[in-house]
Design a binder for this molecule. Structure first.
Ligand code: FE
Ligand code: FE
Ligand code: ZN
Length: 302
């Protein structure tokens, strides 16, 4: 099968849990999705409901969604790179691994962390320490370290740092990588020459470690170290470069996940925002830039 594996970030709500997430993904015309098991900025988590999980897995089967392509994103309050947060971060990450297993999902994307002053080397060592603390021989879920933009004191901002972490974790077979197109642009990689970027990735980390790609345009120029996502075709990466990444034959089995910003109904009212994913997935499938993207999204939700 050569079908494009494409989806977006979706919600995981109290009461409907994974059933709600799958149905949201289907409403966008997606065949995969990614979600936080609760609010990304806090630690409140509802117990995973077995009946809802089974129902969701049934819906996935009926709709040809391979659960192996579905991804959890760990909350950003986890920071393994600085010791001040270590105990909490490890405990919460362990619980996330358990929740993933209960949901039958085998990949968790994790931001490697920010060193917050202790320095790059110390920060990388802390991340390795933390990962070694949460991973065990029988851990079924893979932790996918995300490539970061280099905002503040973020780590994981180049392939070398990620490789260093992978090489020094005991169960390194359980570590993979999530490539974010906005982040690598902001970190200084020139995605206009994506073949070269992928070649570097392969030489340093190995393409077999690439578990997921976050597809985002960027509001900022290359090397800006900003991390502000933009809707597809409206940013500095541009539609053609993004299509070139999505349809790269070397990446055909890697799930592609959109994390582009929600859209307001007009330029003034910013309090109600609507998901762009149905429209962006459509233009990706058509391989045709939609110059009326904002207009169409707005009239759809009006
Ligand atoms: Fe992320
Ligand atoms: Fe991302
Ligand atoms: Zn980002």
């Amino acid at each position: 099968m050569n079908e494009l594996i494409i989806g977006s970030h979706v919600s995981f709500k109290k009461g409907t849990q994974l059933v709600g997430s799958v149905n949201e993904a289907l409403s966008y015309g997606a065949n995969t999705f990614m979600f936080y098991t609760g609010a990304p900025q806090n630690t409140k988590r509802e117990k995973i409901d077995l009946d809802l999980t089974k129902e969701a897995q049934k819906i996935m089967k009926e709709n040809n969604i391979d659960i192996n392509n579905v991804i959890i994103h760990a909350p950003y309050i986890i920071n393994l790179a600085n010791t001040s947060n270590m105990d909490f971060s490890c405990q919460f990450l362990s619980e996330e691994l358990k929740r993933a297993e209960e949901l039958g999902i085998n990949k968790i994307v994790l931001h490697p962390g920010s060193h917050v002053g202790c320095g790059e080397q110390e920060g990388l060592k802390n991340i390795i320490f933390g990962l070694n603390k949460v991973l065990a021989k029988d851990t079924k879920t893979k932790i996918c370290l995300e490539t970061m933009a280099g905002k503040g004191s973020e780590l994981g901002i180049n392939f070398e740092q990620l490789k260093f972490i992978i090489d020094n974790v005991t169960f390194s077979d359980k570590i993979m990588v999530c490539l974010d197109t906005c982040h690598i642009n902001d970190a200084g990689y020139d995605i206009r020459d994506f073949d070269k970027v992928l070649d570097q990735f392969d030489k340093i980390i190995g393409l077999n470690k690439l578990a997921c790609i976050h597809i985002n345009d960027s509001k900022n120029d290359i090397n800006a170290h900003k991390d502000r996502h933009e809707n597809i075709g409206l940013g500095t990466l541009g539609f053609d470069n993004i299509i070139n990444i999505i349809y790269n034959p070397l990446l055909k089995d890697v799930p592609k996940i959109l994390e582009t910003p929600y859209v307001s109904l007009d330029d003034e009212s910013k309090e109600r925002l609507y998901p762009p994913y149905k429209f962006e997935i459509e233009m990706i499938r058509n391989k045709k830039n939609n110059l009326n993207l904002m207009k169409e999204i707005r009239s759809f939700y009006k």
